[in-house]
Design a protein around this ligand. Structure first.
Ligand code: GCW
Length: 717
């Protein structure tokens, strides 16, 4: 027996002895683990990646090649040697027609791949089976390599491939709410990964790992700093720091953007005003943009939060959002974009907060420059566990409208509650605005097809930090992953994506994948049940948003309280947004508005978002509203119990380290779900004055005890 074979046999014996538990993992490798394909599943890959044909080099193609080598080495063993294409079976040929004569000769239908997409084809070259990963630009090749590796990672066949894939959204980006002192607003995964202090001289290795992970999903932009921003970010020293990050990200196809503080002309420009109509202000921004493009030639543009939650903006000078956005867009010109957020509600406006974004922006439809995108949160309030889709979607056909999802779970239990957000994103994307008849989905607004818009954006507020697992928990990685996949294709199925993620991250064993995917798919609904059932919203603890706070009242402004949203009293509960109430329903297309306003049509899941109803109102299930509320709270707790049991059973398929952490977090979630249920029931019962439905346990503490709990060190603020 040759020595390597002996060692191989020993290794096999050892791994059999400890099987099926994998070695401890801390989550750093995300979905790019490239662990060896188990012996029993090797056969279909016998020839795969026998060699990688040489290709002309660009920095991105070098990365693509290195990734392919790394992946194949990890998955299938020995690193393949270079070989001329056509020499043997199983060669992988990567490149663009410009960089590879062999690819050019194939005459592939590359048009369909567009600027960033790719083709993966099994072809015969000189009679030998060859896998071609081809694209029009080198970044498409890198994306294609990640896709090819993911097929092996998820044990798909790779011997007869005919894949064409191109992104449906142009700008697929993360928004970091990271501050210059490395705190992260609404961050639950440690500190900011940007070490501003040591930049630009020291570039942490993690920056490249970050870019690689994003590139594996097709994410092509990142806003480095918080939308609640500091002018300091736009000064020369900080531009150099941002430039250093941009240099790391560039070969991964990722452009850097910055949040811009509207009052910068005053704070760092020495001007007396930031009025967008003032020539000196215009000159400041033009010069600033020119300065940025000298440091970062491919700078993506500005993200702006203006006249919202105390941030400065054009309205401070009697100018409009359009004046402000267009002035910045002119400064940037054809070099980039201005992403202007629609998350706007003003101190002076007594109107229903849910209506304000629409009221402020709809009148300006058609008045924004071509390189302006209005970025709209998925719902009209603020990243709640469930919100009906934002009425601006479909309502501004003559403007570029982008989607802003939150990946970090500000309102869904931070990093310790397991909530897969795929179904929440999908619910919004598949919602039908009906503005151009049936099928006018939000996804089609976002991919530009509904109103024939070219400049399209999907943004996700990042959940990334210095935590080893990047996202604060293993399952929160799935939310970064599903966001990226949906940005590539907003029509994709989030159940399929969950399955891919579970396979890549943990195990391909169907005894693992099936229960985990089911658990993930139900997880967000459990959160809705134990926090905000039946369309309730914004009931979390004041300012940190940790735990239940339905009693939150008073303070700076009414629409930062819970009582503003639930309106519970002896007569009932819910926010009347029908024409009899705030009339927020009128902001939707007539058929949607009519349904939301009609008790016979509106879904129970949105009921109290749109209606104020008596405690004895009959739900579609026949239960009274009060009984239905209580049983949903309990159902949410039971859902977490079930997740805990499922996870415990899956120990054989997961390494001990990750299994234990997920298990611990599920226990935290279980306790907090119970707390949510008990505190909410105790509070609302003071209004309903009705007994609990049969079999429901009374809350163990008094309402006063729940109200007295205080969490000065809750993370994320
Ligand atoms: O969700 C709310 C958050 C704020 C955030 C704001 C926004 C960045 O509570 O922390 O500020 O929305 O989106 O601007």
């Amino acid at each position: 027996m040759r020595l390597p074979t002996l060692f191989g046999a020993l290794g096999l014996l050892i791994s059999l002895a400890v099987a099926p538990v994998a070695r401890a993992e801390d989550g750093y490798d995300l979905w790019l683990r490239y662990r060896p394909v188990e012996a029993a599943a090797r056969a279909p890959y016998a020839a795969a990646g026998a060699a990688i044909a040489p290709t002309a080099q660009t920095p991105t193609l070098s990365l693509a090649r290195a990734e392919l080598e790394r992946g194949l080495a990890g998955l299938l063993g020995a690193a393949p040697a270079s070989a001329e294409a056509g020499g043997r079976d199983g060669v992988v040929l990567i490149g663009t027609p410009e960089t590879s004569p062999a690819i050019a000769r194939l005459g592939l239908p590359l048009k369909a791949a567009g600027d960033e997409g790719y083709l993966i084809r099994t072809v015969r070259i000189d009679g030998k089976a060859t896998t071609v990963i081809a694209a029009n630009r080198d970044i498409g090749v890198l994306y294609g390599v990640f896709r090819y590796l993911s097929l092996i990672q998820t044990r798909q066949p790779v011997d007869n491939l005919a894949i064409t894939s191109a992104p449906k959204v142009q700008l697929r980006m993360l928004n970091h709410w990271d501050n210059l002192d490395r705190t992260v607003e609404r961050g639950y995964a440690g500190q900011s990964i940007w070490d501003w202090w040591k930049l630009p001289d020291h570039k942490d290795a993690r920056y490249a790992d970050y870019a690689r992970a994003n590139a594996s999903l097709g994410i092509n932009g990142t806003v480095l700093n918080n939308v609640n921003s500091k002018s300091l970010s736009l000064t020369a020293p900080y531009l150099a720091k941002a430039g250093a990050l941009a240099d790391v990200f560039r070969p991964y196809g990722i452009r850097v953007y910055l949040s811009a503080r509207f009052s910068s002309p005053i704070e760092i420009g020495g001007l007396k005003t930031a009025d967008p109509r003032d020539p000196a202000v215009k000159a400041f921004w033009k010069a600033k943009a020119d300065e940025i493009y000298k440091v970062i030639p491919d700078f993506g543009g500005f993200l702006v939060k203006a006249n919202s939650e105390g941030q400065p903006g054009p309205q401070d000078y009697g100018a409009t959002h359009a004046d402000g956005a267009n002035m910045l867009a002119d400064a940037i010109g054809s070099r980039g974009v201005v992403i202007w957020r629609a998350f706007v509600y003003s101190h002076e406006q007594p109107d229903d907060r849910a209506k304000q974004g629409f009221s402020e922006f709809k009148p300006f439809d058609g008045q924004f420059r071509d390189n302006v995108v209005i970025q709209v949160k998925n719902g009209a309030i603020d990243f709640q566990p469930r919100e009906p889709f934002h009425p601006l979607f479909g309502a501004m056909p003559k403007s570029n409208l982008g989607m802003e999802f939150q990946i970090t779970k500000e309102y869904l239990g931070f990093a310790t509650h397991l909530a897969y957000l795929g179904p929440m994103y999908e619910e919004t994307l598949r919602a039908d605005t009906l503005v151009k008849g049936k099928g006018s989905t939000v996804a089609r607004v976002i991919d530009g097809s509904l109103h024939d818009r070219k400049l399209t954006v999907m943004a996700g507020v990042a959940n990334i930090g210095t935590d080893r697992s990047w996202s604060g928990s293993h399952f929160d990685q799935a939310n970064w992953y599903v966001f990226g996949r949906l940005a590539w294709d907003p029509q994709a199925s989030t159940r399929d994506i969950a399955a891919d993620w579970a396979r890549l991250t943990f195990s391909n064993d169907p005894r693992f994948v099936t229960p985990v995917v089911d658990m993930m798919m139900g997880s967000r609904e459990a959160v809705v049940d134990y926090m905000t059932p039946l369309g309730l919203h914004h009931l979390m603890g004041r300012s940190h948003h940790y735990g239940p706070g339905p009693w939150v009242a008073g303070g700076e402004r009414a629409d930062w309280t819970s009582v503003y949203y639930h309106r519970a009293d002896a007569g009932g509960i819910g926010f009347d947004r029908t024409p009899k109430g705030s009339n927020a329903t009128s902001q939707y297309a007539p058929a949607v508005a009519a349904c939301y306003a009609d008790l016979k049509c509106v879904d129970d899941k949105d009921l109290l978002w749109f209606h104020h109803l008596s405690w004895d109102y009959r739900l579609k299930s026949g239960q009274t509203l009060w009984d239905g509320l209580v049983t949903r709270y309990s159902r949410g707790v039971a859902g977490v119990d079930a997740m805990g049991r499922t996870w415990a059973d899956l120990a054989p398929y997961v390494d001990a380290e990750r299994h234990a952490q997920v298990g611990d977090f599920l226990k935290i979630q279980r306790q907090e779900a119970q707390w949510w249920r008990d505190a909410s029931v105790a509070y609302f019962q003071t209004f309903s004055k009705r007994p609990l439905p049969a079999g429901e346990a009374p809350p163990p503490l008094s309402l006063e005890q729940y109200e007295a709990m205080s969490f000065p060190y809750a993370p994320g603020i």
